[in-house]
Design a protein around this ligand. Sequence first.
Ligand SMILES: NC(=O)c1ccc[n+]([C@@H]2O[C@H](COP(=O)([O-])OP(=O)(O)OC[C@H]3O[C@@H](n4cnc5c(N)ncnc54)[C@H](O)[C@@H]3O)[C@@H](O)[C@H]2O)c1
Length: 263
Amino acid sequence: MSSGSGAPPATATPDLFSLRGRRALLTGSGQGIGLTLARGLGVAGAELILNDLDAARLDAAVALLRSEGFVVHGRRFDVTKAEEIASALGPVAGEIDILINNAGIHRRAPLESMALDSWQAVLDVNLTSAFLVTRAVVPGMLQRGGGKIINLCSLNSEISRPTIANYAAAKGGLKMLTRAMAVEWGGRNVQANGLAPGYMRTDMTGVMTVDPHWENYICTRTPAGRWGEPKELIGAAVFLASSAADFVNGQILFVDGGLLAAL
Ligand SMILES: NC(=O)c1ccc[n+]([C@@H]2O[C@H](COP(=O)([O-])OP(=O)(O)OC[C@H]3O[C@@H](n4cnc5c(N)ncnc54)[C@H](O)[C@@H]3O)[C@@H](O)[C@H]2O)c1
């Protein structure tokens, strides 16, 4: 599988955004944003490798995307465990052109009473995982002359609110890990960027979507006046994964209905 990223820039617009011939690994893609982005990359032509911790969820997602006609493989592993990542990926770790570090969790609690295991779990799944999975995959990208890394950041890479100190610390760290990757590998044609969603309707935000207080808060606070849908992230992900972004490196692209721009 050639990286494609090392090729001269395409001139025709559709080719500029094409992912034909590229192989993409998306962590935590059994549902939610990861599954939606996988479908989007598949439409753009990529071969897909889905991952999740939950085997049944992963199998269902692989079967679903196969039934839609995509070339899809599944690899179950825990993104926080280096040995599991290595054994589940095997030689394919060296043949990834696009890596989307998407797996993430929330454990909300007031900071003064937050348990250490809630702190640690959120740091492990949202931040350390990106280090571990990228470390497994990037040698192949460097060897083959290029690749794209997209880290799922957040509004909380920049701003916080009560009860999510662990998540804000992890996503803030992920922003800086993204920049560190960008400067470390930019000279070898590997670009690392962050994709930062605003409030999107998924399982992760389910507790908020059913709470009238949060529903009102988010729709009032977001200039667009509404929640986002995961499919609204596809354009940004395809862009960052494609040759159109060959000179875009170390950026955090917010897709948030304008929230971060608003007081
Ligand atoms: N939903 C939002 O509004 C929103 C906003 C900003 C950022 N994000 C980020 O986007 C990403 C996806 O969020 P989502 O809303 O789709 O979440 P989700 O909970 O719907 O899906 C996350 C997936 O990750 C998997 N996962 C969890 N721990 C894992 C592990 N250790 N190893 C492998 N897989 C694991 C889960 O099984 C699940 O399928 C996360 O990084 C999240 O922080 C989400």
